[in-house]
Design a protein around this ligand. Structure first.
Ligand code: PXL
Length: 278
């Protein structure tokens, strides 16, 4: 069985980070080891959340795994709370990166043109450096703009702008950059990717639904990581992740959910299992 390590926080309520990565990747038939970076009562879009920092526990846990000769087929990182955590994660990549270990970095730190609460202005540059150690990075347009130090384009961009941005993102050292939340037509939304070794672009679009929800970036990244670690190609994994994320949004809209902070990804796990053909 393939084994992935995912490094992100536990937001106890909030349908993001580890509370979505663990069920989604496990359901895809991939053993999911976790390294929690912090425990929050909710994610940071709520006000008044509690926060227990676990930075000091990260390296000792990794060192124990090394002693136990535990290895990972993939490492997937999401929301990291500080530059110190980024440095530790970089160290962990060095410890566990084998010839066949795929490193996936989702630089979860911003959306809709703004950094999430609590991040200092130097954080995106540190995250961009971490992206350089990844095989595949999964920023949205806001995160990409912050990491590249360019203005957030909103919806004023065309395909050549996105192609350029993807090439610039791979200048970090990451082999493949994927931009999420890309749209070139009113009724479509999807991803565009660039593999800098093959020199090839790839895009995949689905329906743009009339609502957006918090946490869908983490759901996309989790489904992508599970699909890739489970043996699918990057292209097929992107298709699976887009289809699953769109299905989650469709079901959530259809159920009339009043849960503003997340989608009903749980109801769509059977769809995901069928989609990956397991
Ligand atoms: O979904 C990204 C995310 C993860 N973890 C925490 C967050 C957020 C987004 O706001 O606050 C703690």
């Amino acid at each position: 069985m393939k084994r992935i390590l995912t490094v992100q926080d536990i937001s106890c309520v909030g349908k993001c980070s580890l509370t979505v990565a663990l069920p989604i990747i496990s359901a895809m038939g991939v053993e999911t080891a976790v390294l929690p970076t912090a425990v929050l009562s909710t994610h940071t879009q709520f006000s008044g959340f509690t926060f227990r920092d676990l930075t000091d526990d990260m390296l000792p846990a990794a060192e124990h795994w090394q002693k136990e000769k535990i290895s990972f087929d993939a490492i997937y990182t999401g929301y990291l709370g500080s530059e110190r955590q980024i440095d530790i994660v970089s160290d962990i990549f060095g410890k566990f990166k084998g010839e066949n270990t795929t490193i996936i970095v989702d630089p979860a730190m911003a959306d809709n043109g703004a950094l999430y609460k609590g991040f200092k202005s130097g954080f995106p540059a540190a995250m961009f450096k971490l992206c350089g150690k990844a095989d595949i990075i999964l920023p949205n347009l806001t995160e990409a703009a912050f990491m590249l130090g360019v203005p957030y384009p909103g919806d004023r961009y065309d395909e050549s702008y996105i192609r350029n941005m993807l090439v610039e993102l791979t200048s970090s050292g990451a082999r493949t950059a994927v931009l999420t939340g890309v749209s070139f037509a009113e009724n479509e939304l999807g991803v565009m990717a660039y593999d800098s070794v093959a020199g090839k672009y790839f895009s995949y679009f689905s329906e743009k639904l009339p609502a957006s929800f918090h946490g869908t970036g983490d759901i996309f990244a989790s489904a992508f990581s599970g699909a890739l670690c489970g043996g699918n190609s990057v292209e097929e994994s992107l298709k699976i992740a887009v289809d699953y994320t769109v299905e989650c949004i469709r079901v959530t809209i259809g159920s009339g959910s009043d849960c503003w902070y997340g989608v009903e990804f749980e109801k769509c796990i059977p769809f995901l299992i069928r989609r990956i053909g397991k």
